[in-house]
Every structure is written in C-alpha cells, then in structure tokens.
Design a protein around this ligand. Structure first.
Ligand SMILES: Cc1ncc(COP(=O)(O)O)c(C=O)c1O
Length: 424
C-alpha cells in the first residue's frame, strides 16, 4: 500500500500544500493507530516517550532484512555493497536534513543518551578539568544531567544550573550570570519533554559563543516538531534519537562540528573504528567512523533515513500548524477542568501538556485512562529536578504528534472527567 507521502511524490505537487493538512489521510500511514486496545480505539498521546512509525519506515526495515542484510563496510560482495550504500545513504540524508557541512559530522549512536555520553566521555575527559564548570538547565532530561555529573565526579569540575521560572521558562539573565572564565561547556535541551517549553536555542548558543564556550543541544524532542538547521543554530554538538522522530528505536545521531570531532579521542574501541591494528599501535579511522566501533544498527539507520523522508514529505510548516491548533484546543479544554493544573505554561511551547489533578495521583489517572484505550505518560518523565521545582512528585503528560486529532483530545478530556468522578 502506498503511503500518503509516497503517493504525493508520484502525483507530483505536494498535495498538503495544495489541499491542506488531512490528518485522517496521515493516520492511515500508521498501522498501529488502527488498533483497538481494551476494546476501544487506541488514543495514543505518548509520542514524547516514543513516536509511532509509518508503514514506509516499517517496510524499509523489513525490506532491508528481506533483500539486503549483510554487514557493512567490510564485504566485497553484492549484498554488503547494497547494505553499505543504504546505511551511508541514510547518513547522507541526515546530513542534508539537519544541514550539516559534511557526513564526517554525522555519527550514528544508539540515541540521544549515547550521543551525550559520547561527548561527555570523549570531549569532556579531554577538555574539562578540576575547577572548570559545565552549565546545564533545571529542565534537563536525566540523560543531559547524569553524564555531566559523572564527568564532574571524575574530574573535579562543577555543574551549574540555569533556573526556570514558574511558567517553566529559562531565566536568561541568570544564564548570562553563570557564564564565566571557568565555563567549559553549555549542555541544554531544545524542547523540554516534561514542560513542552521551546527554548530560545539560537540565542542561548550565541550567548555562550560570546564567551567562547561550546554548546551541546539535546534535540531529542525538537526533531519531531521543528526544523533543525545546525548551521543556522551554530551549535557545536546536537543529539537526537530516531524513535522520537517516527523512526525505529536503538539508533540516533550525534552531530558535531568537524573541527571538534577531529580533536576528540575515540569513545569506544573495536572493529570499524580503526585503520590498522598491531599489538604496538592502533591507527584510528577517519571521521565519522572513528566514533562507530562495532557493527552498528544498520536497519535502524535505514529506517531513520526513511522516517526523515516521511517528515520532509509532510513538511514542518504543516506539522507546526496542526500541532499548534491541537495544543491550543487541548490547553483550552483541559483548563475547563477546575481541579486540573497545567505544569509548564511557557509562551513558546510544543504540543506537550503536563498536568496534575487535585487529590488524584498521576498513576491512577494513567491507569483509569488506559481502560478507555487512552495512552498517556505518568511519572517524573526522567526530569526529577523539574518535579522538585514545581513541588509535585509526578505529573500526567499528554504529548501530541501530527497524527493526533482534536477528537482524541476531547476523548482525553472526557476520560479525565471519568477519572475525577471515579476517584472522588
Ligand atoms: C529531552 C530528552 N532528552 C533525551 C532523551 C533521551 O532519549 P533516548 O532515551 O532516546 O536516548 C529524551 C527521551 O525521552 C528526551 O525527552
């Protein structure tokens, strides 16, 4: 079956631009969304945890295993050449998608978490010493806190934290005050997974660069919602996970400026990251392979490439317009529930809504909604410092993607009324 985006390609003009955004046609590309769960149509509102996959991505992965499976970079035979071309083709697509200068700057990793760990371990150990400072923010995911804490423990460096206001926005004046001669890196999230806040990332990068401090951007939640251009952002490192942008799990990307990568020691040792090995000395491979030890997630990278094609086919303008309308509708509808409080009310916000309901634990909210086929996330969302900042143990979180509908939002609101009735 051809997907909407594929049929658009053969049809020629981009029909979304011509006909407007048709969410029902988009939904038809996602087989999982046709499912019933617990006898009810699935209402999937947990895309910030992981997004659903369109048929083209699923087919790209199975097609790889059915017709191309072989190890890459090593074989001289036909299948290995096919697999290598498909894998490297995906790298090329990613380079173009985020507008990197060269494929040397695109390192395949397991996901955003591994990308950050790679930078902390390689760049961090080489460049950060006792007394130095690393600046992060109060809204980071644990994966952009713990690797830096580990580095600080090892080196004697210090973690400094940009505070956030009651709306869940970074306090930029405080950020500026934190930067000083000891600051060696800023590591900051682009879009918060628990608050939905869209940070003014270009400004944050520029401010750091004014003090000659490099910046790592955690783009895990940015990629599914907004166009990222690493050249325009001028960030030094950018990480993201395939599974958040409609691709498979277990693969992601570290973008790093070539001049930085060139000077970084390898992260892991093993096959493929070398040019030659003797017991006396190993010569490391060229970029980006120096940072890709061992057999990678070949099918995953190919699936990610397909997911990026799919997103490009829909267009970020269409995605942004639809999600903005969903967010407006959801915020208005949820605000009619008196006992509900939204956590995260930034002016610039992605379609992620965290909330608490007086007297009802988020886990109960999630469990009761699940009986109606509604999937939301409950807990701390790997951002315990955010929970501490807002003095809540946990929140319920509905996170939306371009395949969600206003009807689904209405079902959530109806479900929440049901929860409140049951629990009161
Ligand atoms: C903002 C943010 N950063 C990093 C991560 C970690 O991503 P992964 O678990 O795919 O490595 C997540 C995952 O939820 C996230 O939301």
């Amino acid at each position: 079956m051809k997907t909407v985006v594929e049929s658009l390609r053969v049809a020629g003009p981009p029909a979304y631009a011509v006909n407007g955004f048709d969410v029902e046609r988009i939904r038809a590309d996602f087989p999982i969304l046709r499912q019933k769960v617990r006898g009810k149509p699935l209402v999937f509102l947990d895309s910030a945890a992981t997004s659903q996959k369109p048929q083209v991505v699923i087919e790209a992965i199975s097609n790889y295993y059915e017709t191309q499976n072989a190890n890459i970079h090593r074989g001289v035979y036909y299948l290995s050449e096919l697999a290598t071309n498909a894998y490297e083709g995906a790298r090329q697509k990613i380079k173009e998608f985020i507008n990197a200068n060269s494929i040397k700057e695109i390192v395949f990793v397991r996901g955003a978490t591994e990308g950050i760990n790679l930078v902390a371990s390689s760049y961090g150990r080489k460049n950060i010493k006792a007394g130095d400072e690393i600046v992060i923010s109060a809204m980071e995911h644990h994966s952009n806190i713990v690797p830096w804490q580990m580095l600080c423990e090892e080196t004697g460096a210090k973690l400094r934290v940009i505070p956030i206001n009651d709306d869940g926005e970074l306090i930029l004046e405080e950020y500026q005050k934190l930067l000083n001669k000891k600051t060696k890196l800023v590591a900051i999230v682009h879009i918060s997974n628990s608050l939905g806040t869209i940070n003014p990332i270009k400004r944050i990068v520029d401010i750091a660069h004014d003090s000659k401090v490099p910046v790592l951007v955690d783009g895990a939640q940015a990629m599914p919602h907004t166009k990222v251009d690493v050249k325009k952002l001028d960030c030094d490192f950018f990480v993201f996970s395939s599974h958040k942008i409609f691709g498979p799990t277990g693969v992601g990307v570290l973008y790093a400026k070539e001049a930085l990568l060139e000077k970084m020691p390898p992260y892991q040792g093993g096959g493929d990251m070398i040019k030659s090995v003797t017991f006396e000395k190993t010569l490391y491979n060229d970029l980006p392979y120096r940072f890709e030890a061992g057999t990678p997630n070949i099918a995953g990278a190919i699936g990610l490439g397909k997911a990026l094609d799919y997103v490009a086919g829909i267009g970020y303008e269409n995605i942004a317009a639809h999600e903005k309308e969903l967010l407006r509708h959801a915020t208005e509808a949820l605000s009619t529930i008196k006992s509900l409080r939204i956590i995260g009310t930034a002016k610039e916000k992605a379609a992620v809504i965290s909330f608490v309901i007086d007297g009802i634990h988020p886990h109960d909210v999630g469990t009761i909604l699940d009986r109606d086929g509604i999937a939301i996330r409950t807990g701390h969302h790997c951002t315990q410092p955010v929970m501490a900042r807002f003095k809540v143990p946990a929140t319920s979180r509905a996170s939306l993607a371009f395949y969600n509908t206003k009807t689904e939002v209405d079902l959530l609101v109806k479900g929440l009324h049901h929860v409140i009735k049951l629990m009161s």
